[in-house]
Structures are given as C-alpha cells and as structure tokens.
Design a protein around this ligand. Structure first.
Ligand SMILES: [Zn+2]
Length: 326
C-alpha cells in the first residue's frame, strides 16, 4: 500500500494510481482528523467517494503518529491509560484519541480495513515498559472490538474488517504473548506494530517470527512500515502478506528510482545524456515514453511532471515486486 497520507498519493490522480497496479492504499487518520476532520469527510460521502477510489482503503488508528509526536515532544500532549490528549499545533485545537474515538473516526473516513488503537512507544523499552505497553494494547484492542460490534454491528453489518496491532518491543516472548491474547479476542488481521527495524536499520526478524507463529494463517498479517524491497521479500518469507511504506513515493520525489538492476539516482549528471528508459523491463507510462535524460532534465528544473512520472514508475515497480511474491 502506498501512503495516501492526507487522502492523496502525492502528484498522482486516482486514475494514475490505479494504473500502477495498486489495489489498496493507507491514509493517515491523525492528519485527516485535524484537516478536514472526520465529520466533513463523512458529509462528503467518505474519502473513497471524494477520491473516486474503487480499491481498498485502510486507515491507521492515529496512535503511531500521535504517540511519537508526543514522546518526541514535538507536540504538546499526554498519553494516558485511556488513550492520548493532545493539542494540534496547526489550529491549537485539543483532541482526545481513545480506542472508541479512533474507531469512530475511521468509520467516518469510510475505511474498509480498520486498525485498533495500540500503545506504541519509543525504541529500547525496558522489560517493564514493554509489558505495560502489551497489557494496554490488549485492553484497548478489546475496547475497539466491543465498540465496533456494539455501535456499528461489526463486520457482518458493515462489511469492514478490524485488525489489531501486536506490541512487545524487542522481546520475542512478549510479542508471542501479545499475539496469543489478541487471537483470543479475535480479529481479521494482526499487524506487527512498533519499530520494525532496529537501530542499525535491520529487520527485527525474531520478533516478527514470534508474532507469525501465534496468529492464524487465513488472516491479514500486516508488517507496518516495511519497507525496502529486500525487507518486503524477507517479511513475506516470514509470513507477512500486507505492507505499506512511504519510501516508494518519497524516494521517487527525491529522484531515487528502483529498477530491475538496482536503484538509480536520476539527478546524477551521468543521466543527462542517457537515452534509456528508467527500467527497460518496466511497462509504466514513464518507461514506455521517456528517457532517463528527459526525467533528469525535468527533475533539475523541478517540473511537477517529473514527480508524477517518477512516482508512477516506483509504484509500478513495487506492485510488480509484490505480485511476484504470491
Ligand atoms: Zn517504469
């Protein structure tokens, strides 16, 4: 899933997005909560209606962003046993994110796949902190499920899926314990939460395995925030089947493009006379019609079209990679 952070994949129309082979997108609940707000989105028929998007829409709970902004002291706020209270620096409004309000917001946005609010923390947790986060995550997941069932009628009434997040930091036994407790409550998907790479940027494989070994095979197993092509391949081998990353589109905008022969930097001066397509094995609009030299020229001149073409190419590359895994 590419990130349509604020309800748009930057530089792409929905038609262009579809043509990259993308079937599902993820949006950022926190950003949409602050602007334009879930009530407005609901009045406009939901985000899919606004975007003209016929594919799958997954929303995050908003927790990851809120908690990391609060923990890093970038935003004023407090994480407590009931969720988080925080102040948006944009308008100064105060918001409260609880398990129940997170579900309400995601329903108003018009999500197909919802994510329960979890207690996501910084890296390098002590055993005690990790245990506390697991305990809270399980309790909040139960509250999310109860609210989804009691207020909205659950999956049978809405057709929407509810997934939860498995915490446990860098303690494989806590990851396993958290997964087992969540399976007992019962969800449509189990997402690997927290930090998926260690301080050296390496995938936390033992922790990821501990989760997979304890969740049912016929569910969504979402490796949140994975990632680089080689990490996606590794996570798929472990047993994950859903991924999202900002890398694909962000790298495209910064001129790093993926090809069957490795990454290239389109801004590099040696591209200025290269008449080859980005990737001769790619069938995207960019590779079929334009040379590396033309893209290099447009990037240097900050043409928005270059951003569009680079994003189309990178997304097409990733979707092909994903299709090759199944
Ligand atoms: Zn291409």
């Amino acid at each position: 899933m590419p990130d349509a952070t604020r309800g748009a994949v930057r530089y792409l129309t929905t038609k262009q997005l579809r043509e990259t082979g993308t079937e599902a997108i993820v949006t950022n609940t926190l950003h949409l909560l602050i602007h334009p707000g879930p009530e407005k989105i609901e009045k406009l028929g939901g985000l899919k209606e606004m975007m003209g998007w016929g594919g799958i829409l997954l929303t995050d709970s908003g927790g990851f962003q809120v908690f990391s902004l609060i923990h890093s002291k970038k935003w004023k706020g407090k994480v407590h046993s009931n969720g988080a209270t925080f102040k948006s620096p944009r308008e100064g409004n105060v918001y409260e994110l609880t398990p129940e309000s997170s579900i309400d917001i995601q329903i108003k946005i018009g999500s197909d796949v919802l994510v329960c609010l979890d207690d996501c923390r910084k890296t390098d947790l002590t055993r005690y902190e990790a245990e506390e986060s697991v305990e809270r995550t399980i309790r909040w997941a139960q509250r999310c499920k109860d609210h989804f069932n009691n207020v909205y009628g659950g999956t049978s009434k809405t057709g929407k899926l509810l997934t939860c997040v498995v915490q446990g930091a860098n303690y494989p036994d806590l990851r396993a314990e958290c997964a087992r407790a969540l399976v007992e409550i019962g969800f449509d998907g189990y997402n690997f939460g927290g930090f998926v790479v260690d301080n050296k940027g390496k995938l936390v494989e033992d922790e990821m395995r501990a989760v997979i070994e304890n969740v049912p095979k016929d569910t969504i197993r979402y490796a949140m925030g994975v990632g680089k092509p080689e990490d996606i391949i590794k996570a798929a081998e472990i047993g994950y089947n859903l991924f999202d990353t900002v890398l694909v589109t962000r790298n495209a905008r910064h001129g790093t493009l993926y090809t069957s022969e490795g990454e290239i930097r389109i801004g590099n001066s040696k591209m200025s006379l290269d008449k080859n397509p980005i990737d001769p094995e790619c069938n995207c609009e960019c590779c079929k019609n334009y040379s590396r030299a033309y893209l290099h020229h447009m990037m240097k001149n900050r043409e928005a079209t270059a951003q569009t073409l680079a994003t189309i190419h990178n997304l097409t590359y990733y979707q092909k990679l994903i299709r090759g895994l199944s």
